[in-house]
Design a protein around this ligand. Structure first.
Ligand SMILES: [Fe+2]
Length: 379
């Protein structure tokens, strides 16, 4: 048993047990937390809590407690209940230690210079299909860079499902799955034209915008239609460091996103900041689409400053310092975190050849949950 899992001293305080471990680290374990996490509170197969917190009072305390055989034994003051905690489990779930640790972001920001190291984010289709090692590498790239290109995939229609199912199920939307990125005569979305698309995130008017997007290139013989990609988190991080006022406005101002697709009997409206943060002040998501922006309805006293900040962010998202241009080839699957990485394309000439992509969405949860599984994360 490692020193950190041995107990040097244990003491009852007013509302918690204080433990000093073999490595001198001091933990606090509050009474209700301990009772709530008694191993008997968890269903042995379903691994879910069966204990009801309302069956004890907030006055509960350990009548007796002792360390025996690498376990903490507690005899509780209520319901004649005993708990036995593995010391290793307690230390591994010590919330004093968890909250002492400095948060480290899982994200690696990138800019236009990634183009020089483009091979770093390319993976082979067959390898991912056949070998978990490459599946894990794909997931890791998606989570850290938010961007990867799968090469040499089959170009049959709907064949993207096979590789996506290596991760999990897809996210359905009103566009259907896969959605067809092809120019059509009466487009219900500008993606279905031959026009240029400025860098954007998809479906920003959804309360929960799709986490990842996979654009599977079946054919790209048309002139033009170059793809562009930019790390929205990297641009936001630049603003956080260099232009604090702009950053503050983009994280605090609730602006209107909307969708009035004529094929839907639905009007979608969502107010959200363009940049949102997590509890650790890391980046949560970017919502950015000039096409899906509603008529902004913020207080007049804030309008001028908001537009200055919005325009500044928009210009950085198109700036060569940050963005990468590349050409998708038949068999490529362009994969990106849709709530981080923005994508776009240049205009193409539909009379010069065919261009057909099929798009799929997957939730961000699925990528992270699969990585946790492969990393053997226990909770
Ligand atoms: Fe898009």
């Amino acid at each position: 048993m490692e020193t950190k899992y041995a107990v040097k001293n244990i003491e009852r305080k007013k509302d918690y047990l204080g433990i000093i471990w073999g490595d001198n680290f001091k933990s606090k374990f509050h009474f209700l937390w301990l009772r709530d996490n008694c191993p008997s509170a968890i269903h042995p197969i379903a691994n879910m809590r069966i204990f009801n917190i309302l069956t004890v009072s907030n006055k509960i305390y350990p009548k007796e407690f002792k360390i025996y055989n690498h376990k903490l034994n507690i005899n509780w003051s209520e319901n004649n209940h005993n708990s036995q905690f593995e010391l290793k489990w307690l230390r591994d779930h010590c919330y004093t230690e968890i909250n002492n640790k400095k948060y480290i972001t899982p994200y690696k920001f990138w800019d236009g210079s990634l183009k020089k190291k483009f091979n770093k984010i390319k993976l082979n289709y067959d390898k991912i299909i056949k070998n978990d090692k490459y599946l894990i590498e794909w997931l890791r790239l998606l989570h850290t860079y938010g961007f990867a290109i799968v090469k040499n995939s089959p170009t049959r229609k709907k064949s993207g499902f096979k590789i996506l199912n290596r991760i999990s199920h897809h996210r359905e939307t009103f566009f259907g799955t896969p959605f067809e990125v092809i120019n059509i005569p009466k487009p219900n979305n500008t993606a279905y034209t031959a026009q240029a698309l400025r860098n954007h995130t998809d479906l920003p008017y959804f309360e929960y915008a799709p986490g990842y997007q996979f654009l599977h290139c079946l054919i790209n013989d048309a002139k033009g239609g170059k793809s562009s990609v930019v790390d929205g988190f990297a641009v936001a991080n630049f603003l956080r460091k260099k232009e604090k006022e702009v950053f503050k406005i983009l994280t605090n101002t609730y602006v209107k996103f909307k969708d009035t697709d004529y094929t839907q009997k639905a009007v979608r409206i969502l107010h959200s900041p363009i940049i949102t943060l997590t509890k650790d002040k890391d980046f949560n998501d970017i919502r950015f689409s000039m096409a899906a922006m509603g008529a902004i309805d913020i207080n007049p006293s804030k309008m001028k400053k908001f537009y200055d900040a919005y325009q500044r962010f928009a210009s950085l998202l198109q700036n060569n310092k940050f963005k990468i241009n590349f050409r998708l080839e038949a068999g490529d699957i362009f994969c990106f975190n849709n709530r981080r990485v923005l994508h776009g394309r240049t205009e193409f000439d539909p009379n010069s050849g065919n261009r057909h992509l099929q798009g799929y969405y997957i939730e961000r949860d699925e990528i992270v949950a699969r990585l946790n599984y492969f990393n053997n994360i226990k909770v």
